[in-house]
Design a binder for this molecule. Structure first.
Ligand code: PLP
Length: 487
């Protein structure tokens, strides 16, 4: 004992001695009521000064790990040592997997981070649709943080409001109003990204039919959330300009739905923007059957060409309260801040606010206020302009490279950070992925986005974090492997 202590240079020595002795106590290497070496002995054993040991012992005593007996020295507190715990560890071996419910089981089963595509570190990976961190303007983020902290750091570090940080709420309401939303009768709740927003809504709704309707394919995280909440999912096929209205109408007429989930702009995974006439008709149909709509607006700003199309929450018109709009800054700014929002009927927001408070109290006020200050300082527009120029160039390069290198296929993507490829039926993209990963190229096979096991001949290419040289090289390799598969 004591021979394995190594003093590092980067922390005060007495803290290191304190941590070392505490660890010996909590791991059972030192027993309850065991006498510790005197300060003189220990400083020799650990090769530190006597003062260091005196300070360490004094802190350990203040924290209740050791006690002093006058004239006898320092002893280990019996309650701090594990050997005094009521049970021996083998008496209480839980089998956790038998105790977990379907919610946890499904979360694990559909966890792409654990069970998704893996490859070597150096691989050219088209699997991510996160923003390119090289574009982040760190100087402005740092400035925003300092600005806000110096203004009200003390307030920010205390508890905040479940509904969100007030200045950010005001900013977002104004942002949504600028998109054309009539705010009368509506309110806004700040969430930890889109994902929490969706989860709050799903956990708050009564299940009648227990059915949810969405585009097919759709966002994998949404499919996972629907399943975890016990919904039966009906996926309506996508067409080049959005959801297939005939199928939508047929589905709505054939059975009842509790909710619909739509990604009208730069849909994930197809990259498709639903046309304006389709939006109107989809809204009309869903309203006719009284189905509330969750609109996912995550990618709305990433338009590189074509004209702006109003979100559903705007097209639905003033006074309409059936659209629950969920926004996020994860693609257009910083996903690490985990800030999103729900804009919806104020009665609904009132309930969701309480659900949010019951679950997590609130989204980090520090994150919200940093984002607010960054936006307030006028950085957003500049950043977005720069990021869009970069992404547009890559988007065009991906489209050109696919045209050049991929055998018979259809590509869809009107914008955003990804394109979707559909090969002729019979091309299995899981097989293709195997061949490509041997060549150091990864992509996301499209079947994970389908609600009904289809899409074996499809794949998604996320390009935001891939260099231009790797985009060309990677797509050339995919093309070469696809040719091989077809021959
Ligand atoms: C369809 C869709 N919606 C929303 C998001 C953003 O989710 P979050 O805000 O939780 O990061 C993503 C991210 O990939 C997405 O693909």
């Amino acid at each position: 004992m004591y021979s394995d202590f190594v003093l590092a240079n980067d922390r005060p020595a007495y803290i290191q001695v304190k941590d070392y002795i505490r660890r010996l106590i909590t791991t059972g290497a030192l027993q309850g009521d065991q006498k510790l070496p005197s300060t003189r002995e220990l400083c020799g054993l650990l090769h530190v000064s006597r003062n260091t040991v005196i300070n360490a012992y004094s802190e350990l005593e203040a924290d209740g790990y050791i006690y002093t007996v006058k004239g006898q020295g320092h002893f280990v507190s019996s309650s701090a040592a594990p050997s005094n715990s009521v049970f021996q560890s083998h008496d209480v071996k839980m089998n956790w997997s038998t105790k977990l419910n379907d919610y946890a089981r499904l979360a694990e089963e559909h966890d792409l981070m654990k069970h998704g595509i893996r490859g070597q570190k150096q691989a050219i990976s088209f699997t991510s649709i996160a923003p390119d961190e090289k574009l982040f303007d760190l100087q402005n983020v740092k400035r925003a943080f300092m600005d806000r902290m110096s203004l009200e750091g003390d307030v920010l570090l205390n508890y905040g409001y479940a509904k969100g940080y007030k200045p950010l709420i005001e900013y977002l309401l104004n942002y949504m109003e600028n998109k054309g939303v009539d705010l009368a009768g509506k309110d806004l709740l700040v969430t930890s990204g889109f994902t929490e927003g969706l989860s709050l809504v799903l956990s708050s709704f009564k299940q009648g039919s227990g059915r949810i309707l969405c585009e097919n394919p759709t966002h994998h995280t949404a499919i996972k959330a629907f399943k975890m909440h016990g919904y039966k999912i009906t996926g309506v096929p996508m067409e080049r300009d959005g959801i297939n209205l005939k199928e939508l109408s047929r589905e709505l007429a054939s059975q009842a739905y509790d909710l619909a989930y739509l990604i009208p702009s730069y849909h994930n995974p197809t990259g498709i923007v639903m046309s304006h006439p389709k939006r109107k008709e989809a809204l009309r149909l869903l309203q006719q059957y009284h189905v509330p709509i969750i609109e996912d607006g995550f990618n709305e700003e990433l338009r590189y060409s074509g004209s702006h199309i109003a979100p559903l929450v705007v097209s639905a018109g003033s006074g309409n309260n059936s659209v629950i709009y969920i926004g996020s800054f994860s693609k257009i700014l910083f996903p690490g801040l985990r800030v999103g929002w729900i804009l919806a009927d104020s009665t609904l927001i009132d309930y969701l606010e309480s659900v949010k408070r019951a679950r997590t109290i609130h989204t980090s006020t520090l994150d919200q206020s940093l984002l607010y200050q960054y936006l307030y300082n006028g950085n957003f527009e500049k950043y977005l302009k720069r990021a869009k120029t970069e992404y547009k160039r890559k988007h065009e390069l991906v489209v050109r490279s696919c045209q050049e290198w991929l055998p018979a296929h259809q590509l869809s993507s009107d914008g955003g950070l990804h394109v979707f490829i559909e090969f002729a039926a019979g091309v299995d993209t899981r097989e293709l992925l195997k061949l490509c990963s041997e060549q150091g190229v990864l992509f996301t096979p499209g079947d994970i986005f389908y609600t009904d096991g289809r899409g074996q001949n499809t794949l998604r290419l996320g390009f935001s974090r891939v260099s231009e040289a790797d985009i060309q090289k990677g797509i050339q390799i995919i093309g070469y492997c696809a040719e091989k598969l077809l021959s």
